[in-house]
Design a protein around this ligand. Structure first.
Ligand code: ADP
Ligand code: MG
Length: 685
């Protein structure tokens, strides 16, 4: 068995289980090993009998006081034992486990793990797990993995399967050159994979994770720079007029551009008239007004008789841009054809869009991934823009660029990161920063509340709706998950239906819905036909409904602050007062402290940095900082140091062996090709 073996080759996996795994995206042994735990359960430190409290799940250390007894009821055998220490005793009960009678020796001490309940006047436990003292001491160090699941696959099944796979000697060859591993003191790959699933202790876990995060960043940066180091910029063959067309449009806008918008726009326009084609990143916090920059650049292209295209990461966002651009061209009295092309369109609609690409050499084209699929053939493409750049951005950008003849490239991102990291992640792009939000805007009013505040929040939302406004309610999950006390949109929407009066229309939105349905819901929300949108974080990127004034976020404690900041950015986009209600369902003080950072700052990067300071370097599970630039484990903020190391390692490696042709880099070269293929595959999904 190796990492490419089908999952069905693992012992005990039949056709039914195999189908379940496929739903999780797990086809091979390699896939299941890369299905990393979301978090871990740890066994608590063992307590003394007199320290146990009713209702808690605890490990209790106690001496067996008397010979355990077995009694027989009509249906089963019941074993009871008494443990005690320091004058307090506790009664333990087991069903159908009579053999314990001979295993538990009076006078010996064991650890019992389970829920503490009341047994008459004293405390007791039912069906606790029993461990020897030494055995439990070992377990206190251990971490039990908790995996992300879909229907039908239990954590137990995943744990068992992964454990069984990992019992094989060696599943991967370590593709990282020994030199790199030594210099950055990285542990061996098989070891890292084993330890990320079943860590022996915190140190091993930290080490294993660092190795895997390094790999993610390293491969990402390497594929970006491999064979491109020496590439020079393409000459700009497009001819653009020097006239006041764009100035004329700016004058007709209902607002004044901010200084930062002006600067970015000047840079874009200068690039497009320069010696080489533009390769620029526009980085601007949520709400800084990036869309209008894209529109003006695209209008400029049309005015010069060229096509331009903008690609958005979601269907919802693409449609929104399409509507915005169409309205603007109409209002400005421009005769520019605006073409929409997305994956969710019907075959006929798509065919018409393809024809339009051939028909209109000055079209503004708006779409999703569908823009880079084979069948989309452009006629005269001079400018490509990607909005809300994300994980697979680099490859996409390239495929996209290949659709034109060395077109100008503009990338727009809302992820606030410092320049040093942007340079690593965005390769050789020039960077413009839009570090100003429109002045007229009122700052969003924030509050962090407990779940008890909900009735007031609903009343507040209702009041806003009466004023003609709208609201978002965000939950982390799509539907209920076993053993997880976290809000989900499906049940939440049902609950709200009973709470709000009938005339308030509710909408439900999550990533697992069919694209066409998502569009419908989103369009209804944009038109204020839906007043309250109950959604997962799919609205995180780009959505612009200025009439929405309330953002209520359930289980806010589970989100990274940078992500909350993005979510909050969905409101406060118009000129009326907006509100963000963060519901903290935990009673943890740190959670409250973290969330209150958002009250103090409106600067995305400052927020992410503060969050890290509070949480400390070891606290890296469960919460992600950023939704954009998604890596399986790595987090660009938290793992900024590893990111820098990975970048340094790539630079050194390519300086020595730009083609990766040497013997010692052969494995890496092979692995890299697979990695690129995999990414292309995911991109086409
Ligand atoms: P983002 O940078 O997050 O993509 P958008 O481009 O969606 O932000 O802009 C957010 C809102 O701000 C839009 O409704 C847009 O019309 C408005 N807007 C953009 N620039 C300005 C400005 N200079 N003054 C006032 N409003 C603006
Ligand atoms: Mg945007």
């Amino acid at each position: 068995m190796d990492r490419n073996s089908a999952i069905s080759e693992v012992k005990g996996i039949g056709a039914k289980t195999e189908a379940l795994f496929h739903k999780l995206g797990v086809y091979t042994v390699g896939d299941i090993l890369l299905h990393y735990p979301r978090t871990y359960i740890r066994f608590p430190e063992a307590k003394q009998v007199n320290e146990a409290a009713e209702g808690e799940t605890a490990a209790v250390m106690g001496r067996i006081l008397t010979q355990p007894a077995v009694r027989k009821t009509r249906s089963m055998l019941i074993t009871t034992a008494k443990i005690g220490a320091a004058g307090v005793d506790m009664e333990l009960v087991w069903f159908r486990m009579p053999y314990l009678k001979n295993q538990l020796k009076p006078g010996s001490t064991y650890v019992f793990y389970g829920k503490i309940c009341r047994k008459g006047s004293r405390l007791g436990m039912e069906q606790p797990a029993v461990y020897g003292l030494e055995q439990y001491a070992g377990m206190e160090q251990a971490f039990l993995p908790v995996y992300g699941l879909t229907g039908g696959v239990s954590n137990n099944l995943l744990t068992k399967t992964i454990r069984s796979v990992l019992s094989e000697e060696r599943l991967f060859w370590d593709y990282l050159p020994a030199k790199v591993r030594e210099r950055y003191r990285l542990c061996e790959y098989n070891y890292a994979v084993r330890q990320i699933h079943f860590p022996a202790d915190m140190d091993t876990l930290t080490n294993a994770r660092r190795r895997l995060v390094f790999d993610e960043f390293f491969l990402f940066i390497l594929q970006m720079r491999y064979q491109k180091e020496k590439r020079i910029r393409d000459a700009n063959l497009f001819e653009w007029r020097e006239d006041s067309f764009v100035e004329g449009l700016i004058e007709k806008l209902p607002y004044r551009l901010t200084g930062a918008q002006r600067r970015a726009l000047d840079e874009i326009r200068r690039d497009m008239r320069g010696e080489f084609v533009m390769q620029r990143l526009i980085q601007g916090d949520v709400g800084s007004g990036k869309t209008i920059l894209a529109f003006l650049a695209m209008a400029d292209a049309s005015h010069n008789d060229y096509q331009s295209a903008i690609m958005a990461p979601t269907e919802v966002l693409a449609r929104q841009h399409y509507e915005t651009f169409r309205t603007m061209t109409e209002e400005f009295g421009l005769k520019i054809p605006v073409v929409l092309l997305t994956g969710a369109m019907t075959a006929k609609q798509k065919r018409m869009a393809y024809e339009a690409l051939q028909l209109y050499p000055n079209a503004m084209i708006v779409g999703t991934h569908a823009l880079i699929q084979e069948r989309a053939v452009y006629d005269n493409l001079a400018l490509v823009i990607t909005d809300e750049q994300h994980r697979f951005g680099v490859r996409q950008r390239e495929t996209f660029a290949e659709k034109g003849c060395h077109p100008h490239i503009l990338v727009m991102s809302a992820t606030p990161i410092p320049r040093t990291l942007a340079i690593i992640l965005y390769g050789d792009l020039d960077i413009s920063v839009v570090d100003e939000v429109p002045a007229k805007r009122l700052p969003i009013k924030n509050c962090v509340v407990g779940t008890g505040y909900r009735p007031k929040a609903y009343e507040f939302i209702l009041n806003e709706i009466k004023k003609g406004h709208q609201a978002y309610v965000i939950c982390p999950l799509v539907e209920a998950v076993e053993n997880m006390d976290v809000e989900n949109v499906t049940d939440y929407a049902r609950r709200l239906r009973d709470i709000f009066p009938e005339e308030v229309k509710l909408g439900l939105l999550h990533g697992q819905m069919k694209p066409a349905l998502k569009n419908e819901v989103m369009e209804a929300f944009m038109k204020n036909e839906v007043q309250v949108l109950i959604s997962t974080t799919v609205v995180e990127v780009g959505v612009n409904v200025p009439n929405a004034t309330v953002m209520m976020i359930e289980n806010a404690e589970r989100f990274g602050l940078a992500q909350l900041h993005q979510l909050r950015g969905r409101v406060g986009r118009g000129d009326v007062q907006s509100y963000c209600i963060m519901v903290n369902a935990s009673d943890s003080k740190t959670a409250e402290q973290r969330l209150s950072i958002l009250n103090r700052s409106n600067d995305g990067f400052e927020i992410a940095a503060e969050d890290l300071k509070l949480r400390g370097p070891g606290d890296f599970f469960g919460i992600r900082q950023s939704g954009e630039l998604q890596f399986a484990l790595g987090d660009i903020y938290q793992d900024a140091a590893v990111l820098k190391h990975a970048s340094e390692a790539v630079t050194e490696l390519l300086a020595e062996d730009a083609e990766l042709a040497s013997e010692e880099n052969a494995k890496l070269c092979r692995y890299l090709k697979e990695y690129v293929k995999q990414e292309q595959h995911q991109m086409n999904l």
